[in-house]
Design a binder for this molecule. Structure first.
Ligand code: ATP
Ligand code: MG
Length: 417
């Protein structure tokens, strides 16, 4: 990719309306722009980051046998009336009428739609278990959209659903999803913890949340010495507010803040019983399907990763989700053909090797190019000017260590193989 085909929308100043560092840096570095309250356009850089996160999630979902589908964003009210959530869900559910005055809503979550699909397609225990997922836009009319994409109204979520004919099978799937989530958050290089959680208005009997640890998080968590966490609200209910003080002290529990990036639920027959999603067992008995659901806040992860990885120059991307692995920064390439040719040769070799490279071929000063790429947070910058061309090297700048070294092209390419 060359900047001549990949517009960079960095800003000089930090927007005053943004409170969180992630929100400020996402706007300043040109990852998102706000369209309206809680609605964001993902610019080319942001789009690439989202795609990298989605790829990791897809790989881990596929590895536990979950298969991708796509469901419509607009959902008919009848299904929500069947489950009882048309009345329960409240004003976060954005309701609309079509031209025939039929009622619909924008999907905040998809339990009803998927249960309807499965009850129509699956009738026998022989067809189970079934594990499906989608990565799509969800809409929740949040009362206070804030912190940029952290709490948006329209956001990207990965949601999986599993269907079973017995508890043991559901329990196994739940364990597999929990393990896959741990792998996903490790691959995303996030400092996170898993906590026992409340199942909220999604419902069900067992539930865990995955939290990125950050002082700016909205959730209160208790961590033990091995970093095993517990949701503060759950701890209060479990031990009572008075005893909880005592318990924190006796076990030395640490109070930290978390950003919820994933949530899994054992739903059991909560939806299947209301929506009559039944199957026939081996013994020719009709039973309600058992169900699990598993969400990841894809767009929220972008903000959470920035909360954990930034400095006074800008973002420092974990290598697994950096929009590019390396930026080639030429000095005066537009004036000096030898510099442009040298950089182009390296660029082409990198493309052949499938290295995720951005070639900054803009006609601007080295200082402003460096400021941009350090703000954007690319892990490795390769600077190429007349000195480098003469010595047949590039100058490598490491974003985290802030070191500069000269390196031959062969050694540079070897680093990525
Ligand atoms: P929260 O408690 O933060 O409002 P939730 O518990 O209502 O979230 P879930 O129904 O568990 O959310 O949805 C699954 C995931 O989707 C969450 O773990 C979170 O990462 C993400 N998510 C939920 N609401 C939003 C939002 N308004 N903006 C961005 N991501 C969100
Ligand atoms: Mg949740």
């Amino acid at each position: 990719m060359k900047t001549s085909h990949f517009p960079i929308f960095t800003l000089k100043d930090i927007p005053s309306e943004a409170e969180l560092i992630s929100h400020k840096l996402m706007i300043k570095s040109g990852i998102v722009r706000q369209l309206s309250s809680g609605l964001y356009t993902w610019l080319p850089l942001g789009h690439r980051i989202l795609e990298k996160i989605k790829k990791i999630i897809r790989e881990e979902m596929n590895s536990i046998g979950s298969t991708e589908i796509t469901m419509p964003l607009i959902q008919p009210a009848e299904l929500w009336k069947e489950s009882g959530r048309w009345d329960e869900y409240g004003p976060e559910l954005l309701r609309i009428n079509d031209r025939h005055e039929r009622e619909y809503c924008f999907g905040p979550t998809f339990e009803e739609v998927i249960t309807d699909l499965i009850r129509k397609e699956v009738s026998s225990y022989k067809q189970l278990p079934i594990n499906l997922f989608q990565i799509s836009t969800k809409f929740r009319d949040e009362i206070r959209p804030r912190f940029g994409v952290m709490r948006a109204r329209e956001f990207v979520m990965k949601d999986s659903y599993s269907f079973h004919n017995n508890e043991e099978c559901l329990n196994n799937a739940y364990k597999n999803y929990a393990a896959a989530y741990e792998k996903i958050f490790k691959r995303l290089m996030l400092d996170f913890t898993t906590v026992e959680a409340d199942s909220g208005n999604i419902g069900g009997n067992e539930s865990h949340e995955f939290h990125v640890i950050a002082d700016t998080g909205e959730d209160d968590l208790l961590l033990d010495k091995s970093s095993q966490g517990m949701n503060f609200e759950i701890a209060k209910t479990k031990y009572g507010e008075n005893d909880l003080q005592k318990i924190i002290k006796e076990n030395d529990l640490k109070h930290v803040k978390g950003i919820e990036v994933g949530h899994i639920f054992k739903l059991g027959d909560k939806y299947s019983s209301k929506m009559k999603a039944e199957i026939t067992t081996k013994e020719s008995k009709k039973i309600n399907l058992l169900m699990g659901c598993y969400g990841i806040g894809v767009s929220r992860i972008v903000a959470a990763a920035i909360e954990q990885n930034n400095d006074d120059k800008g973002i420092i991307w974990p290598s697994s989700i950096s929009p590019f692995d390396i930026a080639l920064i030429e000095i005066d390439g537009h004036k000096d053909k030898s510099i442009r040719d040298f950089t182009t040769t390296i660029y082409k070799k990198m493309k052949e090797l499938n290295i995720d490279v951005i070639y900054d071929d803009r006609d601007s000063k080295l200082g402003s190019k460096l400021t941009d790429w350090e703000l954007i947070g690319i892990p490795t910058l390769a600077i190429i000017g007349s000195k480098e061309v003469k010595n047949n090297v590039v100058t490598l700048k490491n974003r985290i260590k802030d070191t500069k070294i000269e390196i031959t092209i062969e050694n540079l390419l070897d680093k990525f193989l």
